[in-house]
Design a protein around this ligand. Structure first.
Ligand SMILES: Cc1cc2nc3c(=O)[nH]c(=O)nc-3n(C[C@H](O)[C@H](O)[C@H](O)COP(=O)(O)OP(=O)(O)OC[C@H]3O[C@@H](n4cnc5c(N)ncnc54)[C@H](O)[C@@H]3O)c2cc1C
Length: 393
């Protein structure tokens, strides 16, 4: 039972209970999956999320491989399939265009997917499905985050930025690539996060923007890429540019907008000016370094990491969400199987998941070079390898 002091915001989920308690830090794919499955095995869960609400921005993501079985086990596979965004009428993953917008090459969908069973779903839909799957016993606290974690024989004493503190049996750090749980427990980010030489950004667009309907178009300049992905009812602008690791506050959206705008300031090809206007006007954008997190272990005592906090594979892997769902599932299975003995469960969780993670982390440099070629020659080479096949151009 969380034992609370000075609590204005983090409160016990129940006043009287003999249930085990878990704090899940971060309410995205990993955190929501963990919260649902820890509740299933009898934990009283508190979720703390730094943002003021669930963050729904982002392009559709893939649920693939073993994550489909996890979704089935959680009873949400049908809902996920019903919300699938791509369809057979959209056989091309993306069409590459030149500066005037003429189609010059295309990547067929089957080359981007692992199997026809893969489901592409909007981040918003998946977050909402996972959130709805969580029982009403689970307490959500927004605009707060842990600033101190100290382990006692009985649990983890957590101090929160909002001034409260509470004790939990276990703490699950699901707070993404810049995880503060990882920082508090394992040390500074630079020890584990490897920048892959590219920054990436997403902005919401009005659907059907510029007459691009139910398709994806991508334009490359040497070392950068912009795209418009329209899914009929939602559309997104995407940006990627090569740059060495840059110091900025990754929670400061104005700084992110500024970095992005500066990276494209000398480019006016295709619809870059339109996309930059969208970045300026959007209430929320997603901007981050394309990075991987590599650690040899993800736990210490009663504190464990899941999802990108533990093992980001980078968006070029297309597997971040699936790994987060799978990891949360293995974690819950092992806690249950070990009679809730964290040291046993967390070691088993690590040894089962690590080989899957390492496999997902391979091959991303190739995907990066394919999507963001570094020179005009490399762009031309890529385009000639993937000539237009569809009749619709
Ligand atoms: C807003 C957003 C948009 C994204 N868009 C894309 C995309 O378009 N394409 C793509 O491939 N991947 C995207 N991702 C990343 C993708 O969601 C993850 O790679 C993957 O799903 C694994 O999820 P995760 O839950 O481990 O991490 P994340 O999805 O990164 O979630 C981490 C969560 O923790 C919260 N958080 C961070 N720090 C703290 C803290 N100190 N205390 C409490 N909460 C904290 C964050 O606000 C976030 O909700 C996006 C992530 C976010 C947060």
């Amino acid at each position: 039972m969380p034992n609370l002091t000075n609590s204005s915001r983090i409160e016990p989920t129940r006043t009287q209970s003999s249930k085990r308690t878990a704090l899940v830090v971060g309410a995205s794919m990993a955190g929501l999956s963990a919260a649902a499955q820890l509740t299933d095995i009898g934990y009283l869960v508190t979720v703390v999320e730094r943002a003021p609400q669930l963050r729904l921005v982002g392009t559709p993501i893939d649920v693939r491989g073993e994550a489909l079985a996890v979704a089935d086990k959680m009873g949400i596979l049908d809902a996920i399939r019903r919300n699938k965004v791509s369809s057979d009428e959209r056989p091309v993953f993306t069409t590459f265009v030149d500066a005037s917008g003429h189609a010059v090459a295309e990547l067929p969908l089957e080359m981007a997917n692992d199997s026809p069973d893969d489901v592409e779903i909007s981040r918003e839909a998946l977050i909402n499905i996972l959130h709805a799957r969580i029982g009403s016993d689970t307490k959500f606290v927004y605009r707060d985050w842990p600033v101190a974690l100290s382990q006692t024989g009985q649990g983890v004493e957590v101090g929160f930025a909002g001034g409260s503190s509470a004790n939990f049996d276990i703490v699950v750090g699901a707070d993404g690539i810049h995880s503060s749980v990882r920082k508090l427990v394992h040390g500074p980010e630079h020890l584990y996060r490897k920048h892959l030489g590219v920054y990436y950004a997403i902005v919401d667009l009005p659907s059907g923007a510029l007459g691009i309907v139910n398709e994806s178009r991508t334009y490359n300049c040497p070392g950068s890429m912009v795209g418009i992905n329209d899914y009929g009812d939602r559309a997104y602008g995407v940006f990627a540019f090569r740059a060495p690791e840059t110091e900025y506050d990754y929670r400061d959206m104005a700084a992110q907008r500024d970095l992005l705008t500066r990276a494209f300031r000398n480019e006016a090809g295709w619809h870059i000016p339109f996309l930059l206007d969208a970045v300026r006007d959007a209430p929320d954008i997603y901007f981050d370094s394309v990075s991987q997190v590599r650690m040899s272990g993800w736990s210490q005592g009663r504190i464990v990491l899941v999802g990108d906090a533990a093992h980001a594979a980078s968006l070029f892997s297309g597997r971040g969400t699936s790994l987060a769902m799978l990891g949360a599932s293995i974690l819950a299975e092992e806690l249950d199987a070990s009679n809730h003995e964290p040291s046993v469960a967390f070691t088993r969780y690590e040894s089962r998941l690590l080989p899957v993670v390492r496999k997902a982390q391979e091959g991303v440099i190739e995907a990066r070079d394919f999507m963001v070629p570094e020179s005009q020659n490399k762009i031309n080479e890529r385009n000639s390898r993937f000539p237009l096949k569809s009749l619709r151009h």
